[in-house]
Design a protein around this ligand. Structure first.
Ligand code: DAH
Length: 342
């Protein structure tokens, strides 16, 4: 090997290498090529190793030529690497680009169930009248659902309620509440414990359960809105005025109410509330009355000092009337064609 021959070889390796580097199309290919050109088994490394047979002076000169080749190849590889990296970045940005001007059609959004919307509307009306909203459990003890409300065991009024008894505790200990009236007791006790007693102006909405057949006007799981007012010198007039105000706010000022004497164990006197529909018929919408002294006592309130009224309405039934729904079971059929009308 002569110095001249090694210089020629160095130049040829450099030219061929730079051409190969320029021809590479991806970063992965470039990395593989880098090993081929500069690795231990590359032509360049092999040629370098053969310099051992030259005189020291010649070896230095020939070595310089190979070093120049190595540098030229290294520079070409780095230049190509940044070109390819930029191109790949550009391609991925283009592939992931979002067209923010593209029109997307209307999205179908759900909304609250009409019975929930009715409940919220009723709550708003009473909150506007200065009432607070209280709640109680769906699963009740026999005492809260009946006993505390002046309906002791074997009382004939129990026949008015088709009760779901639960297989829990002793026989008859627990029921699915048949009305929201037990929340009256819970709320009176809570108010007495938390703020020493009345005045109370509260509504208690919630789900109740009846073990009976459903039809166009009855559901086995329905919603009630209970009302309770306890203060000094509360009269039947306050009761009638409150209910009339509530009906006129919810249905419209042209809707009249009337009170028919009735019986509930937890109120005395008791009445049923009718309202006159657009068609002119009177329709029953709930019960009400002056809170029975026994019920006040069970709520921890002294009936000598305080008096009050209570009422209970069916929320589903109010929604049915307000929206002219012919069959109350539509509310639980979950047919979007029905629900989307609201
Ligand atoms: N709890 C009764 C029912 O579900 C409705 C009712 C009547 C509630 C009179 C009251 C009331 O608060 O005073 O049939």
């Amino acid at each position: 090997m002569t110095v001249e021959a090694t210089q020629i070889a160095a130049t040829r390796i450099a030219q061929a290498g730079v051409e190969a580097v320029d021809a590479v199309a991806t970063l992965a290919e470039l990395t593989a090529l880098e090993t081929t050109l500069l690795g231990k088994k590359s032509e360049l490394s092999m040629a370098r190793r053969s310099l051992g047979s030259l005189e020291p002076d010649q070896r230095r000169e020939a070595g310089a030529a190979f070093n120049a080749t190595r540098e030229a190849l290294g520079a070409a590889i780095e230049a190509r690497r940044s070109e390819l990296a930029a191109a790949e970045h550009r391609a991925s940005m283009e592939a992931e680009a979002l067209d923010l001007t593209r029109f997307i059609g209307p999205v179908n959004r759900g909304h609250v169930h009409p019975v929930t919307a009715t409940r919220e509307r009723l709550e708003d009306i009473f909150i506007g009248l200065g009432f607070e909203v209280a709640e109680g459990p769906d699963l009740e003890t026999d005492w809260f659902n009946f006993g505390a409300l002046n309906i002791p065991p074997h009382h004939p009024a129990r026949g008015m309620h088709d009760t779901f008894h639960l297989d829990l505790g002793g026989p008859g200990d627990y029921v699915l509440r048949t009305h929201t009236s037990p929340v009256q007791i819970r709320h009176m006790r809570a108010v007495t414990a938390e703020r020493g007693g009345p005045p109370i102006y509260a509504i208690m909405p919630g789900r109740v359960y009846r073990n009976e057949r459903t039809d166009a006007t009855h559901l086995a799981a329905l919603h009630q809105l209970e009302g309770l007012v306890i203060d000094r010198d509360i009269t039947l007039g306050h009761l009638a005025g409150t209910i009339d105000t509530f009906i006129k706010t919810y249905f419209g000022t042209e809707f009249e109410t009337r009170f028919r004497p009735s019986y509930f164990p937890f109120t005395e006197p008791s009445a049923e509330v009718d309202m006159r529909t657009a068609g002119g018929d009177w329709l029953e919408i709930g019960g009400c009355g002056m809170v029975h002294p026994t019920v006040l006592r069970n709520g921890g309130i002294d009936p000598e000092m305080w008096s009050g009224f209570a009422f209970g309405f069916g929320i589903d039934r109010l929604a049915k009337m307000r929206h002219d729904v012919p069959d109350i079971r539509e509310f639980v059929a979950n047919d979007v064609r029905f629900l989307s009308q609201f």
